[in-house]
Design a protein around this ligand. Structure first.
Ligand code: SF4
Ligand code: SF4
Length: 445
């Protein structure tokens, strides 16, 4: 079992409420879906449809703007109600294509046939992946073809990342357990299109049942996919940390996985590639864990993209008590939500509704006791306490030499600090100041 990641913490996993809950459909199909034109880490897409138009499930409804974009597909069939601004799960409001769902799920008549991996050329695979609008669904949510083009010819290792180290979230675990065949097919397709020597599917050590099932499948098919289990530790699911755990290569500060000849795709993206090959399906659905003490019946759901978050809560039996905090994602890096009208996006792996009693108690910061724990847990080799000291002393050059801009916002330092100092927030503030300084601005102006 591998684990060569530096730093990290062991927060309580809190996955027991959903770990054994299979992926289920929503109790009632959503009356409408809202598909934001900004749905990945690249530029927004441009609408191909107008209000009043009939659309089919899987039909392209927005095209990429520029080379780094992706095609957006209707996740249900129905009629375009409007293109209007709605709450976005990453914050604020953004334009979205709103489709009134007719409930028939009528497939797009021009949907392509499935293709055999052994008979498809690299270029045919590339065209299929791009046309399916697949975006990576991990910490680097870029369109798949953008990641492939960036990596092709520069990498020797493909890592398909099933490590789900955020507490509470079990969506990838269920996908791995229930949809092993398309995941392996998608993984082999990504390996073929990238032309890599080594293909690793990385899972956590506590995903035992899912890993055993995959092991059997891999040996039956005599596949060259290597299965690697990694001791669970947060934030090992992040791109740089999974590269380090699997290959012992360290991505340089400010660098990317390709700088050490690796490329990382999330397991949900590998599944989407498998479905695009098997059935000609574009990216229209994803697995989402709905959980937290405020939810009546926590579960894992298979959800059309664009479904409002309130529909997920309703399919999980509603609230048993008023939530104190609602997050899209897990408790460490999740984004707080003001509105349950915001829709599910390709990178929405969880909806966490924390009851007031399970939220960490706010405690006033006290004086640093120089225990050094913030330094030993930082996966980016930063020294949060020294960063904070330089920030408070307005010591610009010292701050710059401590590289706060390498912070990956994992929150480990704040989590571990016995003096309850909001280290991660302060390091973020310091990073902002250094960026300003490097742009030539006044550090404290
Ligand atoms: S300084 Fe940044 S990267 Fe390091 S532990 Fe804190 S939040 Fe994580
Ligand atoms: S963890 Fe907190 S108390 Fe310990 S050295 Fe860092 S800032 Fe100080």
């Amino acid at each position: 079992m591998a684990s060569s990641m530096f730093g990290g913490i062991h927060p309580a996993s809190r996955k027991e409420n959903t770990r054994r809950k299979p992926l289920m459909l929503l109790e009632h199909p959503p009356a409408q879906v809202a598909l934001p034109l900004a749905f990945h880490g690249g530029p927004s897409s441009l609408p191909l449809v107008k209000a009043g138009e009939r659309v089919y499930a899987g039909q392209p409804i927005a095209r990429p703007e520029g080379e780094d974009g992706a095609v957006l597909h209707a996740s249900v069939s129905g009629r375009v109600e409007a293109i209007r601004e709605l709450p976005h799960p990453w914050g604020g409001r953004a334009p979205a294509i709103v489709i009134a769902n007719d409930g028939d799920n009528t497939p797009w008549p021009e949907r392509p046939e499935g293709i055999k991996l052994s008979q498809a050329s690299q270029e045919e695979l590339m065209v299929r992946i791009e046309a399916a609008g697949i975006v990576d669904m991990g910490s680097d949510p870029l369109p798949a073809q953008v990641k492939i083009l960036r990596a092709r010819g520069r990498v020797d290792t493909l890592i398909v990342n099933a490590a789900e180290c955020e507490p509470y979230i079990t969506a990838d675990l269920r996908l791995l357990q229930e949809r092993g065949e398309p995941i392996l097919k998608g993984t082999r397709a990504l390996a073929k299109v990238l032309g890599v020597d080594r293909v690793v599917l990385a899972a956590e050590s506590d995903m035992l049942t899912a890993v055993e099932a995959l092991e059997r499948r891999i040996s039956r098919k005599r596949s060259r996919v290597e299965l690697k289990t990694i001791r669970t530790r947060y934030p090992m699911g992040a791109e740089k940390q999974i590269v380090q755990s699997v290959t012992h290569r360290e991505v340089p500060p400010g660098g990317r996985a390709e700088d050490v000849r690796c490329v990382v795709f999330n397991v949900s993206a590998a599944f989407a590639v498998g479905e695009a090959l098997n059935k000609g399906l574009p990216l229209t659905h994803r697995a989402v864990t709905v959980t937290g003490g405020a939810v009546a019946r926590p579960r894992n759901l298979w959800v059309p993209l664009g479904t409002p978050l309130k529909e997920l809560v309703s399919s999980a039996g509603g609230f048993r008590e008023e939530p104190g905090l609602i997050l899209v994602g897990g408790p460490m890096t999740g984004v707080p939500q003001k509105s349950l009208e915001a829709p599910v996006l390709p990178n929405t792996n969880g909806l966490l509704c924390l009851a007031p009693w399970e939220q960490p108690r706010e405690q006033a910061p006290t004086v640093c006791i120089r225990c050094g724990q913030c330094v030993s847990v930082c996966p980016m080799h930063l020294s949060p306490i020294f960063v904070v000291r330089a920030l408070k002393e307005n010591a610009a050059e010292r701050l710059r030499s401590l590289h706060p801009q390498d912070c990956m916002d994992c929150g480990c330092c704040t989590y571990i600090c016995p003096a309850h100092i909001p280290l991660a927030d302060l390091v973020r503030q310091a990073a902002g100041q250094v960026r300003e300084l490097e742009k030539g601005g006044d550090l404290h102006g």
